[in-house]
Design a protein around this ligand. Structure first.
Ligand SMILES: NC(=O)c1ccc[n+]([C@@H]2O[C@H](COP(=O)([O-])OP(=O)(O)OC[C@H]3O[C@@H](n4cnc5c(N)ncnc54)[C@H](OP(=O)(O)O)[C@@H]3O)[C@@H](O)[C@H]2O)c1
Length: 241
């Protein structure tokens, strides 16, 4: 178990990809904190992920709200691994976009990641170790109709990944991101998978959340000790075409 003695926070760990990441971190012996807005779902997820012997705690937080972000950081304490995974989904075509949902998307998907990292990184820097993984999306570097704001928020995370790798690297803190394909069980699902990944060369159009989680675990763990500032595409090769 290579993460014994490590504390990990998975923002948005109460469902989807984040819940799978939390499960893998527990399997490797980490103490895991998951967050989300829905307390009932979050507590249920924490109990399920913990199983018989895992150490999993749920903290309720609305990442669209700065006070809630501060509270999440305060309650989490010092962490060794931060997975910035929570995000709102695409909201539609640019011509139909309203200001309120655009704002909420950027608050949740970019501002929250920025300030949660600002609050938690200093303890990692002081300790001289830590790993931050930002969960972006394929759309960050592809034109996807109906995903303008969402894709821009995912691209922002890739930029932050590079800057933070430069800022935090000298003090032993690594920062990486993943760009997953649409997940089978997610809201985007098969329709987006077929549009984005296609079926060229027998590629599967959608990923399993577990497959994305494995890549995040790798970047979070000491196995990736020589990897920082990078973006790992988890998309069955779509980025290569
Ligand atoms: N699913 C896909 O096809 C796909 C593809 C590429 C990239 N991604 C990326 O992967 C990440 C996870 O996506 P997912 O589909 O696995 O998500 P999901 O199943 O919808 O789960 C999202 C998680 O984030 C939490 N969350 C959402 N909005 C929040 C907010 N405002 N404040 C606090 N917590 C919030 C949710 O809990 P509550 O609802 O209780 O708040 C939940 O725990 C995202 O960054 C997404 O951009 C997903």
């Amino acid at each position: 178990m290579e993460l014994e003695g490590h504390v990990a926070l998975v923002a948005g760990g109460s469902a989807g990809i984040g819940a799978h990441v939390a499960r893998l971190l527990v399997r490797e012996g980490a103490q895991v904190i998951i967050s989300g807005r829905d307390t009932e779902r979050g507590k249920g997820a924490a109990a399920k992920i913990a199983g018989e012997s895992g150490d999993v705690r749920f903290i309720a937080a609305d990442l669209g709200d700065l006070h809630s972000i501060q509270n999440l950081a305060d309650q989490s304490g010092e962490v060794d691994i931060l997975v910035n995974n929570a995000a709102g989904a695409p909201t539609g075509l640019t011509a139909d976009q309203d200001v309120a949902s655009f704002q909420n998307m950027f608050d949740t998907n970019v501002r929250a990641t920025y300030f949660l990292t600002e609050l938690l990184a200093p303890a990692m820097l002081a300790k001289g170790r830590g790993s931050i993984v930002n969960v972006a999306a394929m759309g960050a570097s592809m034109g996807v109709a109906g995903a303008s704001g969402y894709s821009a928020t995912r691209a922002a995370l890739m930029s932050l990944t590079r800057t933070w790798a430069a800022e935090f690297g000298p003090q032993g803190v690594r920062v990486n991101s993943v760009t997953p394909a649409p997940v089978r069980s997610g809201s985007a699902g098969v329709e987006w998978g077929e549009a984005l990944v296609g079926d060229l060369h027998g590629r599967e159009p959608t990923a399993g959340a577990q497959e994305i989680a494995e890549a995040i675990l790798f970047l979070a763990s000491p196995r990736a000790r020589y990897v920082t500032g990078s973006t790992l595409a988890v998309d069955s090769g779509a980025a290569a075409t």
